[in-house]
Design a protein around this ligand. Structure first.
Ligand code: NAP
Length: 285
């Protein structure tokens, strides 16, 4: 396998998830329920949320989008979260990021009931993941892991994770460490990034810089996962590219994920999987 086709893998996994959701409905007379809170009218966020809703519907998850004005106060947003926390019908709560600057995102996320925190960003869920006893694993790291485990055994593998954000790089480093890989977590102050990548079996790029990882940083056994989503202008046309120089790197490695069609569809699959898992845990309490 040369191209790590996240779209195809997500489609296969979604079929399995749809079967689980059907059984869930037959047994518990309800579908798993996802509530998405969207603040403001950020175009990219609106597209992401529409896509999540569409995919949820396809796999048999009921979803609701709560649209709030961009000027909503933090207190008003927290009241919405609290009512979703208390609503027994709701299994998973997702607050679409980024939030407007006047709102403290961390405070909002930490006010989601950890048992409904479908993104796994809440401090309790991050702590459990860091301790190696995860309950909810953030969707993008989980998607990257599923793509990797589909092609290789991770035990003892040297993995360079580029980017240490709380939503991708750090939770991915915890997850891969828990799976017995040896992880180097790279950030903007790291030195010798090229050498670290060349000495790694696997590179995961999540920094948000177009074509940052070069073909001279890889070897013929490298496996490369590209998380980045960057909009660039090429010959006057808008184009979405990842954090890896895909065209030049493709022929130099064992396997590489494309952008688009790589990590993106797997992230949505994992969101729906997390919703199902939280719903299942709740009915089995
Ligand atoms: P972020 O919060 O902006 O974090 C970027 C990270 O990259 C930071 O840790 C930063 O280091 C590091 N970095 C920046 N410049 C660097 C450099 N020159 N060398 C080494 N490290 C550098 O980004 P994010 O939210 O994690 O997202 C990363 C990318 O993934 C974005 O393109 C985003 O759109 C994409 N993404 C895709 C999905 C998906 O589903 N496909 C999901 C989430 C994100 P410091 O910590 O030192 O600042």
């Amino acid at each position: 396998m040369k191209i790590i086709d996240g779209k195809l893998l997500a489609e296969e996994l979604n079929k399995d998830l749809a079967r689980k959701n059907l059984l869930f409905k037959q047994k518990f007379h309800k579908k798993p329920y996802l509530a998405v809170v969207l603040v403001g009218d950020n175009a990219a966020s609106s597209i992401y949320v529409k896509n999540k809703e569409k995919q949820a519907n396809i796999v048999g998850i009921e979803s609701e989008v709560i649209n709030l004005n961009k000027n909503v106060s933090e207190k008003e947003l927290l009241d919405v979260i609290e009512s979703l926390n208390k609503n027994n019908k709701v299994d998973g709560i997702l607050v679409q990021l980024p939030l407007p600057n006047h709102i403290d995102s961390k405070n909002v996320i930490d006010n989601i009931n950890p048992d409904k925190d479908v993104d796994g960003f809440n401090a309790r869920n991050v702590g459990l993941l860091a301790m190696g006893i995860p309950k909810v694993i953030p969707c993008t790291p989980l998607g990257c892991y599923k793509m990797l485990e589909n092609i290789t055994n991770l035990e003892g593998k040297k993995i360079a994770v580029l980017g240490r954000s709380n939503i991708v790089g750090k939770p991915l480093a915890y997850l891969l460490t828990n799976k017995n890989a040896t992880v180097t977590l790279i950030h903007s102050k790291s030195k010798g990034i090229k050498e670290i990548c060349m000495n790694s079996d696997i590179i995961v790029a999540a920094i948000g810089k177009p074509k940052f990882v070069k073909h001279t940083w890889v070897h013929k056994k490298s496996i490369v996962i590209d998380v980045g989503i960057n909009v660039i202008s090429e010959r006057g046309r808008r184009k979405i590219v990842g954090d890896v120089d895909f065209e030049k790197t493709f022929s130099k490695v064992r396997a590489i994920s494309p952008v688009p069609g790589g990590v993106g569809p797997m992230t949505i699959h994992c969101l729906l999987l997390n919703t199902y898992n939280l719903a299942y845990l709740k009915v089995n309490l």
